[in-house]
Design a binder for this molecule. Structure first.
Ligand SMILES: *[C@@H]1O[C@H](CO)[C@@H](O)[C@H](O)[C@H]1NC(C)=O
Ligand SMILES: *[C@@H]1O[C@H](CO)[C@@H](O)[C@H](O)[C@H]1NC(C)=O
Length: 318
């Protein structure tokens, strides 16, 4: 009866609107875009769930590249939402200042998925979305301030986020907040430098080996390499609450099980469609957006059905 118990917890999670659950299904792209240079975003950019690649491809695996190899460059205060980033690009997203990355999916991470370069006192947000295939880290945190990662899905990766081990002018503190993240087939959620005062706070998440933090001594570029000095919560830099190793159904993923159930999915979808489409006419093309918080377009699919992806995105799929 173990699965029965898990399932009823799952339903409760949906019914009461519990936050803190990543979606573990990668979306289908609504179309293709390939650009010769990075797309520079100031303000907000909504990709409509299209797949973005560079042409020519700028991925050179783990060879250190830079901003010029990115798919998107986001200026301070900018945001990107509803984008699929394909494999033919090197550096994903570079945030020059504070940024918000909402419902962004990296299908095959090259060097890293995103790099945060904001100043002290600023906060960047990753909300929803997911990444897979990162040989090393998914998120590279080179600036200062705080990066908050919520309801994100990580699969087949080295670390979810690492504060820079050996940057030019390295230092800190850098703070990481991880909540509602599901992470499978990879390493720790955080890599932090305790000598620079970094912190990582993990809550309501799942890592299928229970790996929370790796703690390092960071260095300034040219002064050797950073040294790993410990793992796990230590009461001063790594704080962990409600981290489970059971990534399908459990504390970190109350809605994962429920969303694979057809009945639940359609109930959730139609409820959301109703609330997000009050005054709109027309229909949504296949793989287009048909619902989500802040969405005001039509909710009727020209083809297929409207499937709930997460709080911010429902998509017309076959
Ligand atoms: C370089 O490393 C040494 C120890 O290996 C340390 O004492 C020194 O402060 C470091 N210098 C810088 C600029 O970080
Ligand atoms: C841990 O989980 C419990 C039970 O779901 C919840 O009440 C509590 O708020 C969670 N702790 C944090 C820090 O989110």
């Amino acid at each position: 009866m173990k699965s029965g118990v898990v399932f009823s917890i799952s339903l409760l999670g949906v019914a009461t609107g519990v936050k803190g659950a990543a979606t573990t299904t990668f979306p289908q792209a609504s179309g293709e875009t390939a650009l010769p240079t990075p797309l520079v975003v100031s303000g907000s950019f909504d990709g409509g769930m299209k797949r973005y690649n560079r042409n020519p491809d700028t991925c050179q695996d783990q060879t250190e590249t830079n901003e010029a190899a990115a798919m998107f460059i986001v200026e301070d205060g900018g945001s990107i939402s509803n984008v699929v980033i394909g494999k033919a690009q090197g550096e994903g997203i570079h945030c020059r200042g504070a940024c918000t990355l909402r419902n962004v999916w990296w299908e095959d991470v090259c060097e890293d998925a995103a790099t945060f370069k904001q100043a002290a006192g600023k906060t960047s947000y990753v909300i929803g979305g997911g990444a897979r295939g990162a040989d090393d880290k998914i998120f590279q945190f080179n600036g200062r301030g705080t990066v908050s990662i919520k309801d994100f899905y990580a699969e087949d990766y080295g670390k979810v986020i690492r504060t820079c081990g050996d940057c030019t002018g390295n230092g800190g503190p850098r703070h990481v907040i991880i909540d509602g993240v599901i992470a499978k087939d990879g390493g720790p959620l955080c890599g932090i430098n305790t000598n620079y005062g970094d912190t990582c706070r993990i809550s309501n998440s799942c890592q299928d080996d229970g790996k929370s933090c790796d703690r390092y001594t960071g260095v300034v570029k040219g002064n050797g390499s950073s040294k790993k000095i410990g793992t796990g919560p230590d009461g001063s830099s790594c704080f962990v609450t409600n981290l489970t190793e059971t990534c399908s159904g459990g504390v970190g993923s109350p809605t994962t099980t429920a969303r694979t159930t057809t009945a639940r999915t359609s109930t959730t979808t139609s409820a959301r469609s109703t609330t997000t489409s009050a005054s709109s006419g027309g229909t949504v093309p296949l793989y287009g957006q048909c619902g989500g918080n802040g969405y005001n377009g039509p909710a009727t699919c020209a083809q297929g059905t409207c499937r709930f992806s997460n709080e911010w995105y429902s998509q017309c799929v076959l």
